[in-house]
Ligand binder design. Structure first.
Ligand code: ATP
Ligand code: MG
Length: 179
């Protein structure tokens, strides 16, 4: 079996090998970073789109930055695609992941979730238990929020809007960098 594999490998041209490596990079090594205030739809979108393929890094679940860092490093080391499902309102918040992911040659993909304070407050009010965040917490994140830009190091950047038309749908658009 091993011999067969080695034979197949030796028959590939260097170009084919390089092409394969590029495809691996493009499709597998993804660092996805969410940006958006509370109740903007991040975790729902994460479940919809990344549940089967990406590790979810979420501070509410992990509780400490220390644990978050360990999981992040593990994903980078293992070349495991991941999603940072945090609010990430500032450039500094995003840089925490962008720098190490770039160094590990991951493809950086950002999703900005439309963060209209009144809409998010309304959706938050419909949540129950611990999921319902105190309003000052949402307002504080809103105040800190800086729109993302490609200059931060993103290879791809998108905006995500919750569709009012049909239930549980999202409208994803490419991010215009002039914002
Ligand atoms: N596409 C959608 N259509 C309708 N309702 C949605 C949609 N996406 C999310 N919601 C609702 O909005 C609320 C907030 O969604 P979600 O928990 O995904 O937000 P979040 O950005 O992860 O918030 P947090 O930062 O607090 O974790 C939830 O009650 C969810 O059911
Ligand atoms: Mg969430």
């Amino acid at each position: 079996m091993r011999n067969v594999l080695e034979k197949l490998r030796s028959q590939r041209s260097p170009n084919q090998v390089r092409h394969k490596a590029n495809l691996d990079n493009i499709f597998r090594m993804q660092a996805v970073i969410f940006i958006g205030i509370q109740a903007s739809g991040k975790s729902t979108f994460c479940r919809d789109r990344f549940f089967k393929t990406h590790i979810r890094i979420n501070l509410d679940m992990l509780k400490t930055r220390h644990r978050e860092k360990i999981i992040l490093q593990a994903c980078l080391k293992a070349k495991q695609p991941f999603v940072v499902d945090n609010t990430n309102p500032t450039r500094e918040d995003r840089a925490r992941y962008i720098g190490p992911a770039k160094d590990a040659r991951f493809r950086l993909i950002g999703y900005y979730f439309e963060s209209i304070l009144e809409d998010c407050k309304r959706r938050n009010a419909q949540r129950t238990g611990k999921a319902r965040i105190p309003i000052p917490g949402i307002a504080a994140t809103y105040k800190k929020l800086i729109l993302p830009s490609y200059a931060e190091g993103f290879d791809e950047l998108y905006s995500v809007k919750i569709s009012e038309k049909s239930d549980s749908a999202f409208i994803v658009e490419e991010w215009p960098d002039e914002i």
